[in-house]
Design a protein around this ligand. Sequence first.
Ligand code: HEM
Length: 475
Amino acid sequence: TKIARARITIVDPPRTTTTTTQPPPVVNGIALLRLLPTLSKKGLPAMVNDLYLKFGSVFMVSVFGIKVTILIGPEVTPHFFQGLESEISHGNLLEFTVPMFGEAVGYGRDAATRIEQTRFHIEALRPSRLKNHVYPMIQEVEDYFAKWGNEGIVDLKLEFERLLMLISSRVLLGKEVRETMFDEVYTLFREIENGVTVISFLFPYLPIPANHRRDRARTRLTEILSDVVKSRKNSGRVEEDTLQKLIDSKYKDGRSTTVPEVVGLIIGLLFAGKHTSSHTSTWTGACLLSHPMFLRAAIEEQKQIGRKYKDGLGYDAMLEMDTLHSCIKEALRMHPPTPMLVRKAHKHFTVQTKQGKQYDIPEGHTVASPIVVNNNIPYIYKDPEVYDPDRFGPKRQEDKVGGKFSYTSFSGGRHTCTGEAYAYMQIKVIWSHLLSNFELKLISPFPKTDWSKFLPEPEGTLFVRYKRNGCRAST
Ligand code: HEM
């Protein structure tokens, strides 16, 4: 049985046949004020959904004096996702990352350099490179859960946060950090992460305590990582991790990456990959452990794959875990860690809705596409409020049938997530181990989403009772 959870339900807006281009409908201040109770009680997706129902898939709101055009659904988002950087880009919307990653990378640099640096990320995280990372991931996961007792109660959210950082430090940062400096790096990184708030997003350089703590933490983290990079460069020592790939990266003109660039690039990857994967692992657990039918199917798949790969699971085995993959993908559909994508339109463009209306989006507008609403459109996803991993199975493939940009948890087009394959791999390694080795029971209620966080997460704790397979429960 599928257990429906109380979530937003989106109905298709009425169909019209107008074809003349017009400006997007404007949501005025009064309409926004009327939705404040919805925002405080049900959160951002419910509020944007209400606007979608009323205004359709394209509308404009004014927030803090900034005009934001909202685009919802695959019909109106192709240009948003794949338009040229000169026509639509992040503009200065990611300025808040400069004090986090440093001025040597990303939005501290010009667009051409940034594009080359994105290529370094893409090459360092290529799925083919993942093969080398799977064994270290498995080792890290086995060592971690070996420390659990035969039975007990744990907060999975807390466990995953630490475990994901352990995996990242081994696979991304490398053995120097993992073996001798993990605790300090973990603490510093959390300080930088905690510095990401609505205020730091809007005013990244405001002299407030949170920004000071973030700056102090980055200075120290930069010192530590710079020493690691310099020591490798000086000694000629070469490792198998992602840090090494960034050290070995070269610009088109043959120039090597500098130490501050390598450090900024690796902090950027840590930031992009850690909280997203850790919250997705938690949501996957909450969804699976509250849906017995899918839990049984995922456990059965582990048994089958375990029988096939008797000598131990590796890269190929992980790729065969289609059921687990769908369970994670469905948790991500319903609980995307990045709920809203934003861009700046440098040139006006036109969109056409499913109903045939055409809108002109003016140059200079901030444009946003809410993943939380895109992923719940009922003409693409049947009963979108229901956790149903089978929707991605070979018979239904709802996201493929819905067309390009129907599933946007990893964004799409020009800025699609470079770490998607890596993310699935590490979450599968974790859940494959848990499902194969433990009986798990959810104790906490199904978590709500904490919308007060800049990057929303499962609210509170996620307590589960575990019992190691083959162990008798104590009385
Ligand atoms: C479940 C886990 C993850 C989710 C849901 C996720 C989601 C996203 C999204 C939505 C974007 C696009 C933002 C935009 O269009 O503005 C993005 C970008 C990115 N992600 Fe992920 N991500 C995940 C894990 C990871 C991991 C593990 C890494 C690396 C280790 C990573 C690296 C990146 C990078 C480098 C970008 C920037 C791409 C660009 O701007 O060109 N992500 N991610």
